[in-house]
Design a protein around this ligand. Structure first.
Ligand code: ATR
Length: 276
């Protein structure tokens, strides 16, 4: 019998996950099927119970349910609990267990697209929303012990740091301070929605002081090259867009569900084809 998987969110029509996972099932000859379910916030609890009742093996969770789903799961992994958001649910026995694969997906994409060991890099995260939190906590939990954060609202960055259960030395900066001190960093990670289509002319901070030896990452993948990445390139920096993180967070979920490693290059190719 086919094993059932899926993603829940609202809206959900633009998701690339079904195409990516169904292709990986086919490629690995796994008898599985992944479907996108549009679930409104008021139906979330019923939907989770229904997925369990009909035997769904696992699913992804996206906006707006990543945090509100926590009370409806049987167990939450420690990192997901700390982040306060779940993007992957796995059936373990009769339990639905919540994980967050965004941070690990980001780390793997960095290892794939840049270098294996970045523990000693001078790192700056731009933004303090949900994505920044997943990345900061995952980097901190994997042993990176110094990461600075800049945000439009520094108090939000402070709260993110205060609730982090993993040791990490951090300076909180305003966006202006960060752009002035940019030459100090060898890894700069852009996590805000600034520059995302259709607002492609926007950039969160000036990159005037960015150094050529710096690696600049934007987690946005629409457009593939944001203004942030374009200007970073002009300064001579190496760059990386959000495709890698998207593909790797999906691959981490896939591995948890099936115990098998999907072909990352094939997944990335599929996604790029889809984006045109
Ligand atoms: P996500 O969960 O996708 O990370 P989010 O929680 O809404 O999204 O976080 C958005 C991030 O982008 C925040 O860091 C936000 O800054 P604030 O904390 O000050 O709100 C940042 N952001 C969004 N729009 C911005 C803008 N126009 N200028 C500066 N920062 C912005």
């Amino acid at each position: 019998m086919k094993k059932l998987f899926g993603v829940i969110g609202d809206p959900i029509s633009h998701t690339m996950s079904p195409m990516m996972h169904n292709d990986a099932f086919e490629n690995l000859k796994i008898n599985g099927y992944y479907h996108a379910f549009r679930i409104s916030p008021m139906d979330l609890e019923t939907a989770v119970k229904g997925m369990k009742a009909i035997g769904v093996e696992g699913f992804n969770v996206t906006i707006p349910h990543k945090t509100s789903i926590l009370p409806f799961l049987d167990r939450i992994d420690q990192l997901a609990q700390a982040i306060g958001a779940v993007n992957t649910v796995v059936r373990e026995g009769n339990d639905f267990v919540g994980y967050n694969s965004d941070g690990l997906g980001f780390i793997r994409s960095l290892q794939d697209g840049w270098k294996k060991d970045f523990k000693n890099e001078k790192t700056l995260i731009i933004g303090a929303g949900g994505a920044a939190k997943a990345i900061f906590y995952s980097l901190a939990s994997s042993g990176v012990d110094k990461i600075d954060i800049c945000n439009r609202t520094p108090a939000k960055a402070q709260a993110l740091v205060d609730y982090c259960p993993f040791h990490c030395e951090t300076n909180i900066l305003s966006l202006n301070e960060a752009s002035e001190q940019l030459a100090e960093y060898t890894l700069v990670i852009q996590t805000t929605s600034i520059g995302m289509s259709p607002n492609i002319q926007e950039i969160p901070i000036s990159l005037e002081n960015l150094m050529p030896h710096t690696h600049a990452v934007d987690i946005i993948y629409n457009p593939l090259e944001t203004k942030f990445l374009c200007e970073a390139k002009q300064k001579g920096a190496t760059t990386q867009n959000g495709i890698g993180m998207f593909v790797h967070q999906g691959a981490v979920a896939f591995e948890k569900w099936t115990g098998m490693k999907p072909d990352i290059i094939r997944m990335e190719h599929k996604v790029l084809q889809h984006l045109g």
